[in-house]
Design a protein around this ligand. Structure first.
Ligand code: 5AD
Ligand code: SF4
Length: 426
């Protein structure tokens, strides 16, 4: 437990890593995203106990680690929360948690579980609180990002996913580097600043091919690049980073190692965590997230998922319902619960504060107004799809996947009473 938290922010990732090496020998600490108001000097900050700051300062100065500053971490009081909730009849548990949130106090796991289990007016209060937190920390502008799903081949066999290698019914496709770079140019012309490259784990894309794609996009558009292409080696992550990739999405899906093993025949929980750590070390802004409603998953598991996001300093948190996919081992399972999916977004916002949380395609697939509703309960970004139309219908990670295009995205943003980025030409 970190008390009276301070953030140590270094002038570069290199210095941050040296600082971590020194601090971890003697002091409790956590790695957290640098809050947006500090800019991006190094994207990871080290959270330490206030009582240790003086000693840490001396230690880092002696070892010539360049620290940008030591900042008392903002407690984020939510003034006016209780007044805002006054018209609701709340249970005692929820009310006392709301009092803590109003004062800006940290919540414990049991409290996250209570929030996730809330029903009726209690649940309404969770949604209102999350929306207030989002408004307090982030503007009303919804970040709209576009993805290209460039290959639906996958060498892995995750039991929940329609792209798994044993799904022989799927029509497979892959796009050439030139085709991908052309889409990037189109995105740039539309006013996007970031491109998300997403695919199954497709060995056709060798390290060289990926580098060609990343370098080509940088050269032609200078956009920021988000990779969502599964697990690679540390050296490859490094090469991609050096070639210009900025962000990396690698979801943990569930923080329960047993559940993780059950649904990932080709993957190891420990390895996934290790990769997440490498990505941060290499200076990526990282993304993770979970699926809600996996077989045997509990609300405690979901609270752990959210806590893991904080402890691993993840910036982008994709939370969406599990949806059964035809021709997979989980085809007959129930989809994740809609209210629980919304509460997960809300609790993530309340607990994780200033992070990117998308309102997901999965939520929109479960319930048509899901996209808008997600924005109303804590989400601040939407990722839509610019995969060429002849391929789009084949990227079926789950059945009846909603098609989220720019038009639907903008409609959801406006229906939620929010704004689209002014750079977008629509
Ligand atoms: N339901 C919901 N999300 C899924 N994904 C894959 N299969 C499903 C499913 N059946 C999501 C996972 C994964 C990404 C490829 O898509 O979160 O990371
Ligand atoms: Fe492949 Fe990713 Fe689907 Fe697993 S979740 S089968 S790695 S595309």
């Amino acid at each position: 437990m970190i008390k009276e938290p301070y953030l140590v922010i270094c002038i570069s990732t290199n210095h941050m890593l040296r600082a971590v090496g020194l601090i971890e020998k003697h002091y409790p600490h956590q790695l957290v995203p640098v809050p947006a108001e500090y800019g991006y000097i190094c994207n990871t900050a080290i959270r330490v106990n206030g009582a240790d700051v003086a000693a840490i300062k001396d230690m880092l100065a002696a070892k010539r680690v360049a620290v940008e500053g030591y900042y008392r971490e903002n407690r984020r009081p939510l003034q006016g929360l209780l007044a805002r909730l006054e018209s609701l009849t709340l249970s005692g548990n929820i009310l006392s948690i709301m009092q803590k949130i109003e004062k800006g106090m940290d919540l414990q796991k049991a409290e996250l579980v209570t929030l996730l289990a809330a029903t009726g007016q209690d649940m309404e209060a969770v949604f209102i609180t999350a929306d207030m937190m989002r408004k307090e920390l982030i503007s009303d502008v919804v970040d709209i990002r576009a993805a290209v799903e460039f290959s639906n081949y996958c060498k892995k066999n995750c039991t929940y996913c329609g792209l798994r290698r044993d799904n022989k019914t799927l029509v497979r496709y892959r796009m050439t580097p030139e085709e991908i770079i052309d889409i990037a140019k189109e995105m740039k012309a539309m006013g996007h600043h970031t491109i998300i490259l997403q695919s199954g784990e497709d060995p056709w894309y060798t390290t060289e091919k990926m580098l060609e794609i990343i370098r080509g996009i940088k050269r032609e558009t200078n956009m920021r690049i988000t990779l969502s292409i599964g697990e690679w080696s540390r050296d490859e992550y490094k090469l991609f980073r050096e070639a210009g990739a900025n962000n990396y999405l690698l979801k943990i899906e569930t923080s329960n190692p047993q559940r993780f093993a059950e649904i990932h025949p080709d993957d190891e929980y420990k390895t996934r965590l290790e990769h997440t750590k490498w990505l941060k070390e290499l200076g990526y802004i990282t993304g993770s997230g979970n699926m809600i409603g996996l077989p045997k998953q509990t609300v405690e598991d979901i609270a752990d998922d959210i806590i893991l996001m904080k402890d691993s300093g993840t910036h982008m948190i994709g939370l969406g319902p599990f949806l059964p996919a035809e021709n997979t081992p989980l085809a007959q399972e129930k989809p994740g619960d809609y209210d629980l999916s919304l509460k997960t977004i809300a609790v993530a916002r309340i607990y994780l504060k200033n992070v990117f949380i998308p309102s997901t395609t999965a939520l929109a697939t479960l319930v048509p107004e899901g996209l808008q509703r997600g924005l109303e309960v804590g989400a601040n970004t939407i990722m839509y799809n610019l995969t060429p139309s002849q391929h789009r219908g084949n990227y079926v990670i789950y059945s009846d996947k909603a098609v989220i295009d720019l038009e639907k995205t903008v409609a959801a943003v406006r229906a939620a009473g929010r704004r689209v980025p002014s750079s977008l030409r629509i």
